[in-house]
Structure formats: structure tokens, C-alpha cells
Design a protein around this ligand. Structure first.
Ligand SMILES: [Zn+2]
Length: 249
């Protein structure tokens, strides 16, 4: 992945930490409250794609026209892929530039793809690719990327008092904690929990090499959370961005 011949910088965790939750309405939601729309590239190009596929199916096998029609279909596919990659590069670049520690949720994207209702939507948002980009951009810049366990209840836990609600159906976008009465935006609360969980790993986990994929979950502990808070507030001396973006955007 580091084919530019440069040494990979030492990973540092000094600086701003961000938790990122991914979704369908919004592609990404951050712990500092930013929401990034999900650009549905496939939906946008769907009509065009369907038409070109239909044209292709009408052409006689082995004919010149069939070959031309096939190229047209391929061109639409390429366009969709390019748009998606551009979007993912741009967003991951921005998040890595703005933060020193990037925490996401370790999603079972392949498992989710088996659920056909969601498959199309998930397939086109490209979360897996997004996380791969965050990871290698962070590594290139000497930043820390980690994923917290996907069974960690990021949505159902109140980030203020750590109270857990029993169930939170997907259509509930806002909820109020019945313990501390904080009103939560579902996604932002989840993103904050993802960040806190990641920081817990960094402070309590294996000290130097906590930056790995698929770390197991830690139970919530209030005391430890305090420690992370301090870690974060202490850490505004993140190192300067030293990258010339290898990928444009
Ligand atoms: Zn609460």
C-alpha cells in the first residue's frame, strides 16, 4: 500500500479523536455532529443503466452491435464506480486530515449483503471501501485508525450516563435517556459511543499496538471513561499534517 517509497510514519494518538457511524440516510455521522449525505450514485444512474442493459439484451449474440451495447453498459458502471470512489476518497481524506484518532465500527458488510432488502443500499454506499481508505490514509499520515467490535451497543447506550435501553427500532431517530433525560440524536450518540469505545481500547488495551482491526469489546466503565475524556482534552497538540495527498480530493 505504501508504494511511494516513503517510510510509514509512527502512529500517534495525540490529537483530536473522532468516532464515525455509518448509515443509509446519511453515509457517515461523526461524533462531533457532522452528517454526510449518502450520495446514491447507483440510484442516480439506474434508469440509464437499465435502458442500456435492455438495449444490450436485444442485440444478437456475437454481433457488432452487441459489442457496442456492451461497452455502453460498461461505461455506465465505470461512471458509477468513479463517482463513488471520488466521494469516498474526498470524505476519508477530510476526516483523516481533521483528526488524529479515527474510530469506526467493525461492520460485517458481507453478512449484511446476504439480507437482500438492504443489500442494494449497502452495496452502493461502499462502507467497506470507505473504512479501508480511512485506514490506509491514517497510516500514511502517522495517525491512528481502529475499529470497535460490531456487537458493541453503540446506538442503545446513552453516551452521557452509559445507561442502556432495551431496544431501539431502526426508525427511531431521536430518543431521550430515561435515566439522565438527555435527548439524543440516534446517530450522533452512536458515533460518540464509538469514539469513546475506541479511546478505551487505546488507553486500556495493549498499549502500543492497539491500532488493529477487529479488537474485542470492553465493558463500559465510568471511571475509565473519565480517563479518556482527560486524554482527549489534553491532546490538542496533534502533529502537523504533513501529507501531500496521494489521492486527489
Ligand atoms: Zn443517560
Amino acid at each position: 500500500m505504501f508504494d511511494d517509497g516513503q517510510e510509514k510514519p509512527e502512529a500517534s494518538t495525540q490529537g483530536k479523536a473522532v468516532g464515525i457511524d455509518v448509515g443509509l440516510t446519511h453515509f457517515a455521522i461523526t461524533s462531533d455532529g457532522s452528517k454526510f449525505d449518502n450520495p446514491r450514485f447507483l440510484t442516480k444512474h439506474e434508469k440509464n443503466l437499465k435502458r442500456k442493459q435492455k438495449q444490450l439484451s436485444r442485440k444478437r449474440k456475437g454481433s457488432n452491435n452487441r459489442n457496442k451495447a456492451r461497452k455502453k453498459v460498461a461505461r455506465v458502471h465505470r461512471k458509477i464506480t468513479n463517482c463513488r470512489e471520488y466521494f469516498l476518497h474526498k470524505l476519508s481524506r477530510r476526516l483523516v486530515d481533521e483528526n488524529q484518532v479515527i474510530v469506526t465500527e467493525n461492520l460485517n458488510v458481507k453478512g449484511m449483503m446476504k439480507n437482500h432488502c438492504l443489500a442494494k443500499a449497502i452495496g452502493q454506499v461502499g462502507w467497506g471501501m470507505f473504512m479501508t481508505m480511512l485506514k490506509y490514509k491514517a497510516e500514511q499520515d502517522g495517525k491512528t485508525y481502529l475499529e470497535v467490535d460490531r456487537f458493541f451497543p453503540s446506538s442503545k447506550t446513552c453516551h452521557v450516563c452509559l445507561n442502556q435501553v432495551g431496544s431501539l427500532p431502526l426508525d427511531v431517530r431521536e430518543w431521550t435517556c430515561n435515566n439522565c433525560h438527555t435527548k439524543h440524536d440516534r446517530d450522533i450518540n452512536a458515533a460518540i459511543n464509538i469514539r469513546e469505545e475506541g479511546l478505551r481500547h487505546l488507553t486500556c488495551g495493549t498499549r502500543d499496538k492497539a491500532v488493529q482491526r477487529g479488537l474485542g469489546g470492553f465493558p463500559h466503565e465510568r471511571l475509565r471513561q473519565e480517563a479518556y475524556r482527560q486524554t482527549v482534552s489534553r491532546s490538542n497538540r496533534g502533529r502537523k499534517k504533513s501529507t501531500t495527498a496521494l489521492v486527489s480530493g
